[in-house]
Design a protein around this ligand. Sequence first.
Ligand code: GLN
Length: 394
Amino acid sequence: MTKRTPSAVNRALAPFGTTIFSEMTQLALAHDAVNLSQGFPDFEGPPAVVDAAVEALRAGHNQYARSQGHPALVRAVAEHAQRRYGLSYEPLTEVNVFNGCTEAIAAALLGLLEPGDEVVYFEPFYDSYPACVALARAVARPCTLRFPDFALDLEAFAACLTARTRVVLLNTPHNPTGKVFTRAELEGIAALCRDRDLIVITDEVYEHLVYDGAEHVSMAQLPGMRDRTLRLSSAGKTFSFTGWKVGWATGPAHLIAAAQAAHQFLTFCTAPPLQLAVARALDAFDADAEAALRAEFQARRDFLVDVLRAVGFDVAVPRGTYFVLADFGRLWAGDDRSFARHLVEQHGVATIPPSVFYAVDPAAGQRLLRFAFCKRTETLEAAAGRLRGLGGAT
Ligand code: GLN
């Protein structure tokens, strides 16, 4: 008999187990499935950006960078914020670089929160949010968005705010729903944040991936919000380098300083050659490049949405991100986990069962699956071929 080793994971992290992204990618590999689960492109980012990284490696940029971010990248981030959103940030005090947006989220929460502080965010959520709130010994108050339109219920949101609320953590464009919060929705949230003097942390990693002419509005652009908003983004999604883990924050100096207070002890700095390459990529990212990126991803989205509809899914057409949420009620009687397992094992297509992204109302995600469309045409076509075998559809 083998003796089970007791878990050494601390009480805050124990409930979270292994992230669903690792679990489903492993299953995809085990079953030789088309992987539409974890959101990473299966194609390369711009070769010129790779060349810039190689150049920087060879030029000897291989020791620690400035902890708050390489001067070239904080300058490029500030200039992008100005040109794209009309937001002014002082590069050396109001911009900070992190190892991807995921570290920025962790550093912001760990740097800002006191034990017992409450954080409100929407569910389905990105899975690092509850884990990082728990690491900070703070309390999460998720507010549920509902299929198919995931519209903001401002009263329900207001009901999540209490005297202990300190931070609102807002992801738009939103993973996994593909929802792009409208200006009116953001204004409703902003008014409550101003009234209650709350800090807003925004996760805007899909800022450039919006479709059908939708407008991505940053909370920081709304009246009275710039100085209470820590705005996070990264290079991963915009430039198709999710493994590079180069992210950043912009915000007023006191909020940046709080996130930096944690960052200096978490990772200290981000790989300098990658920071230099991303600075170059951001400098070159003009309105034409953004339009081309949107058109390319919108075509991928349209292809996948059509396939899913033809097979019998009820699709919530996303206006942003890499993802589609689809209701499978006509195809499968069980829950999302059982259907995801069936799809990967029997049909060779890996997806994400989104009920793991809910804490208050997991039933709201139990009939849905998340499909990633940030994939090559051949990959999407291969998935289409395999999905057509479902439910007797041709
Ligand atoms: N953001 C990616 C997704 O939603 C996953 C990131 C990760 O694997 N940690 O699929």
